[in-house]
Design a protein around this ligand. Structure first.
Ligand code: ATP
Length: 480
């Protein structure tokens, strides 16, 4: 049975929120997951949402304005009052429907261990008590992304703002204790870009606000969403291999070149002139220019500097000894694959016993593209490795940095040399930026209500009565 269903779909990332309808492939709005709080002379608070309104407000540099975020460093909401205001803002000004009219689907990141029940309860409270949506579904973002790409097993690497999430999925089950997270993502890069460029800006500019150490939250937000964002998308690059190795390689090449020059010089005076005019081409020393719009000045960096920023995601210890090499993306991905291999069988046993106890959807999806027949009870760690490594999905806006896909392949191939690797990264920039939301609309559009884990107000009431999670009913009965 195919239902002609229309739902509202909201993806609250830690950096941006995407909202739209399940029957339209482009979202109605993409706005920051933050807001400006402004207090007027009468002491009344005003909340400013929306990219352009926030950019305008922060550009005014009012001393009393503050920027607040909605999501914590794990990508989970913590500022519930503001989240309600943001949803209402989107319903009223962007979606232009009443929350009571349509089912709502939202996303949540996969977490290591059990989902925090208090978060789920706050979501239900917001959806049912405050906004009065008729039915509600929470989908796990990486799982929705994998399933929407036709994969029931995948290794999802989501490089966002607050960090990078690595989620192994086997047979439609998130291998929870193998979910790992690195705290180094887009926000961390913002900080590094600011640190590196501040002295250059200061040299050329007396405006103390540009490179001041004590910045207000509105200044930090404004910079991150204007020139730092442009700098990241145009200047940053990822080297295909370890940057230190690459530097050593080019140094060796230069030495070989110098030796050859010397030999040529000794052999033939005639060749001397030509030889000395040539020089080894070290790509790391080439220059790249960035137009710093606030001052209309060009900032020039070596390619090596541009590579260095993203290198920190793989080798955070280069920034400070305080950061462990184990927190780099390479070791974390390897850890996740190995943990998934070690724990999938016990995980599958537990999950099948507790399918409906988690409050989020699609834990019980049947295998679709499982080539190894691993839907049977036991699967060897090697089979898990192979399933994951042939289905690597790279997503999140920070993965748009040039060369990221190749570097991820390199990092994994060093650690799993005997396995074939296949990556899937959406080449349409916009789609990669909203991949989580696109995954959620696929889940909202599944041909039957039974395939999703919908909750109705009645389910929520009985859940509250029981004081624990209850089995959801087929919500179609409540909505049609
Ligand atoms: P999270 O996954 O942490 O919840 P999110 O889903 O809200 O975050 P994304 O859109 O995946 O966020 O990533 C946002 C980050 O990506 C920001 O730090 C932003 O500056 C950065 N970013 C956006 N576009 C690019 C680009 N073209 N190149 C590099 N970084 C980019």
């Amino acid at each position: 049975m195919t239902l002609n269903r229309k739902c509202v779909v909201i993806h609250n990332g830690s950096h941006r929120t995407v909202a739209g309808f399940s029957n339209v492939e482009l979202p109605q709005c993409i706005i920051p997951s933050s807001y400006v709080k402004r207090t007027d002379d009468a002491g009344k608070a005003e909340f400013i949402f929306g990219t352009y309104d926030m950019i305008d407000a922060t550009a005014e540099k009012r001393s009393d304005d503050e920027v607040y975020t909605l999501m914590d460093s794990q990508g989970l909401p913590y500022n519930w009052e503001a989240l309600e205001l943001q949803w209402r803002y989107m319903y009223e000004t962007q979606l232009k429907v009443s929350p009571e009219e349509l089912p709502l689907v939202i996303t949540m990141p996969a977490t290591n261990g059990k989902p925090d029940m208090s978060i789920l309860e706050r979501y239900y409270e917001l959806a049912f008590d405050k906004l009065k949506v008729p039915v509600f579904q929470i989908v796990i973002e990486p799982l929705a992304i994998a399933l929407s790409m036709g994969k029931s097993s995948a290794f999802v690497i989501d490089m966002g703002a607050s960090g990078c999430n690595v989620t192994p999925i086997i047979d439609g089950i998130v291998v929870k204790n193998a979910v790992v997270r690195s705290k180094f993502g887009g926000d961390f890069l913002d900080f590094q870009v600011h640190e590196k460029l501040a002295p250059m800006i200061k040299e050329e500019n007396d405006m103390e606000t540009m490179a001041d150490e004590e910045k207000s939250s509105t200044d930090v937000w404004h910079e991150a969403n204007t020139w730092i964002q442009q700098f990241k998308s145009t200047m940053l690059q990822v080297s295909e291999k370890d940057l230190i190795e690459l530097e050593r390689y080019y140094k060796e090449q230069a030495e070989i070149f110098a030796r050859q020059q010397e030999q040529l010089k000794q052999m033939d005076q005639q060749l001397q002139y030509t030889a000395l005019t040539g020089s080894p081409n070290n790509p790391l020393l080439q220059k790249k220019n960035f137009l710093f719009k606030p001052l209309n000045k060009t900032i020039t960096l070596d390619f090596k500097d541009c590579y260095e920023f993203a290198e920190y995601l793989f080798k955070p210890q280069l920034i400070s000894d305080k950061f462990s090499p184990e927190d780099g993306l390479g070791p974390l991905m390897a850890k996740s694959v190995k943990k998934a291999g070690a724990s999938i069988n016990s995980m599958k046993a537990n999950t099948s016993a507790n399918l409906n106890g988690l409050g989020t959807s699609h834990m019980h999806t049947t295998a679709g593209d499982n080539a190894n027949g691993s839907s049977s009870n036991n699967i060897s760690p090697e089979q898990v490795y192979s399933l994951l490594l042939t289905n690597i999905i790279i997503t999140g806006s920070s993965s748009l940095i040039e060369g990221m896909e190749q570097r991820i392949i390199k990092e994994l191939s060093i650690r799993f040399p005997q396995y074939k690797l296949t990556t899937f990264a959406n080449q349409v920039m916009m789609d990669r930026k909203i991949q989580g939301w696109l995954g959620a609309i696929t889940m909202a559009n599944l041909p039957s209500w039974n395939l999703g884990k919908w909750y109705s107000k009645e389910d929520y009431e009985s859940l509250k009565r029981d004081g624990k999670q209850s089995q959801p009913t087929n919500a179609s009965a409540n909505t049609n």
